[in-house]
Design a protein around this ligand. Sequence first.
Ligand code: HEC
Length: 159
Amino acid sequence: MDKMKWALPLLAVAILAAGAGPAPAQMRKEVGPQNAYVPSLGDIMGATQLRHFKLWFAGRLKNWDLAQYELDQIRASFQDAVTLYPGIPVTDMTVVAAPVHALEAAIAGKDEAAFAKSFNELTTACNSCHQMNDRGYIVIQVPTSSPFSNQVFEPLGRK
Ligand code: HEC
């Protein structure tokens, strides 16, 4: 998943950015249209699935910095989806806006219970959009175990 290659319009999509704190600058190279690579919506979603998973583990292990980072990544992916695939009804994206903002607050407050609750709401929002887009067979759930043995999710110093 070489995000650096994604030549995406750096258009600010206000929908998810509004309300929350400023998203950190994404590492994203600006390249000309001649070598533009546009990820498919399925690819954007695949990346989102990965971040959804990592966000969960980071939050469970109280690695709030990592959780914030993964949430920002998810938000950026949603912005890409809206920008590149405007065919997705915007009302669908507003479904995820509330859980994303709730997660932002839970992470800022290091609130485990609020994190778990809003993560559940985010997951429900993922699925409701899939249902609305005839993709009801793509069912996301709260992760049950970690397939990523190549990344440490505990905060540094707590290993
Ligand atoms: C605004 C609507 C919308 C939201 C919100 C949404 N999705 Fe999707 N998702 C789609 C659509 C549409 C597809 C099918 C894309 C295609 O067929 O090209 C999809 C496909 C997927 C896929 C299949 C990709 C693959 O290649 O197997 C996964 C996984 C996925 N989404 C995960 C998520 C997760 C996780 C969330 C929430 C954090 C989420 N989606 C939120 C619309 C949405």
